[in-house]
Design a protein around this ligand. Sequence first.
Ligand code: FAD
Ligand code: SF4
Length: 527
Amino acid sequence: MRRLARTHIGLKSGDPRKQGMSARNLILVLGDQLSLNNPALSDADPACDHILLAEVTEEATYVRHNRHKLVLLFSAMRHFASRLKRKGFEVHYFQLGDDVSTLKSACKTVLDGHDFERVLVCQPGEYRLAHEFRQWPEALGVEVEVLADTRFLASLEAFDAWADGRKQLRMEYFYRDMRRQYDILMDGDKPCGDRWNYDNENRVGWRQQEDIPPRVNVEPDAVTAAVIEEVSAAFPDNPGDLSQFRLAVTQTGAERQFDWFCEHALSRFGTYQDALVEESPWVFHSLISMYLNCGLLDPLEVCRRVEQHWRNGDCELSAAEGFIRQVLGWREYIRGIYWRFMPDYADENFFGAERPLPDWFWSGETEMRCVSQAVRQSLDLGYAHHIQRLMVIGNFSLLTGLDVQSVCDWYLAVYIDAYEWVELPNTLGMALYADGGSMASKPYAASGKYIQKQGDHCKQCRFKPSKMTGEDACPFNSLYWRFIDRQSDKLENNPRMGLIMANWKKRNPDDKTAILKWADHCLDRHA
Ligand code: FAD
Ligand code: SF4
């Protein structure tokens, strides 16, 4: 895979004002950069710098974004603009109805009436925009500085330095380095508790053994209520049931939501982080990815807060470590992978998966209970937790060979926290193994037994996870073996697949034929 050279995206790590240039900057703040830690804002001066935020049609429509995401971003942008105004900045703000189609045209409109020396912007989260910014100096006739996004904890250079020369880029080793670097959950140079990893304690399935506390909702304020109306009118066909919109739209609001998580859910986060639960879409998960990803929460702060909870004795080490691993480890690692391997990464398709997406991806109307539940809540709320994304919807897509590009587009559209830097490696790399193993050491493929073990969906399902063939057989079972059979050429050299491949090979030929025949039937019927 070709790697992206840093110069390709025109990153600058220094601030031009600190390099002695007197400047009048137009600072463009994107919808996922709503933080005073945004490097383009860190030294902004209300006396000479102006700020621009724009709700532009192109960004709102390049995929069929979930309406929850649009409302969250537009409302959070409007609140952030008010905050900047209160700090004395002149803020240029284009609302959706102002009909500004692109970020470039928004910049041009403001530049035309003023005498700015440069446009300053923090690096965007998608290659598409980073690439576009490179054309801007010529198109706008002004200097355009794209600053490295210091809100992340591993710079792209640091990630590359870690990755260069390694045969395999395993998250675990990256994560340990991050723990050491930020001195999080460390006891000198050793991990607290003498172990880096508590995954074994953190994989308990769900048998209704705990009460799940109800979430505290944030009632929409006047700004959010207005945005809900505008988005409903402008995007009538997008997914998202806005009658259920209950998200925070400010830093303070997001911090309160995180406080709630620390107090009521963190202690059980680790234990049930892989659980699949009929009664709750969120179980004990934190529901903060959408805030972290748009700038309302700071990743280092949330990790430090969770560490403090453990040090105060408010949760087990396994819970704190499980959470910190996700934010300090997975989140940063995923971003490093994206920028290291784009743009070629987006075209990877290791298994040659090209089957069109079934229509029910846009309705949730399938008889498979686990899938139906995960898809419906993804469409309605823009949220599904990790195991639903990976081992239910992703697993089904992998086993049935759904078209990689279409699956990635679907994930980018439906989730409230979806930006390409995080969605693509997770979907293409982790769930679909379409990068051939750059990230995962083996495909996350599983039969119905895994889903049964992790939760209580199967009890409500018309299929039985114990059955391989026949009308009431769980489709995941035969589809799993079909996947192993069809992809054996590509999997047999994978040491972690050896046992499974051997099991399949030594199976009775008649059984194999019956399973594969039933799998074809399941494909026709469900995919
Ligand atoms: P929790 O389970 O409470 O975890 C805490 C935090 O850890 C999350 O908020 C998130 O910031 C971080 N995190 C955990 N796992 C990952 C991961 N694999 N990659 C990056 N960050 C992680 N996450 C997104 O933010 N945006 C996406 O578009 C996205 N797409 C995904 C697609 C697939 C196929 C898969 C398998 C995972 C995807 N994830 C994505 C990762 C993960 O599923 C979500 O971050 C998580 O479900 C968000 O819910 P939460 O805040 O309750 O997370
Ligand atoms: Fe899902 Fe199969 Fe269980 Fe039904 S039986 S819920 S399809 S795993």
